[in-house]
Design a protein. Structure first.
Length: 57
């Protein structure tokens, strides 16, 4: 059970790193995505990998 928590934390940390290092166009998309991932950890991570990575160029 403890290992599952570590894996979840690593995925969450990778999501934040991935958002921070992604190239976005002009605008506030990066800030919005960071806030979504921080305030909605599980849902934000899922949304990032389903929709966000496509919006980042």
């Amino acid at each position: 059970m403890f290992g599952l928590g570590i894996v979840g934390l690593l995925i969450y940390a990778y999501t934040i790193y991935d958002v921070l290092t992604s190239n976005f166009g002009p605008g506030n998309d990066k800030i919005v995505w960071i806030l979504v991932v921080i305030f909605l950890p599980l849902l934000g991570t899922l949304l990032w990998f389903l929709f966000g990575k496509r919006s980042a160029r």
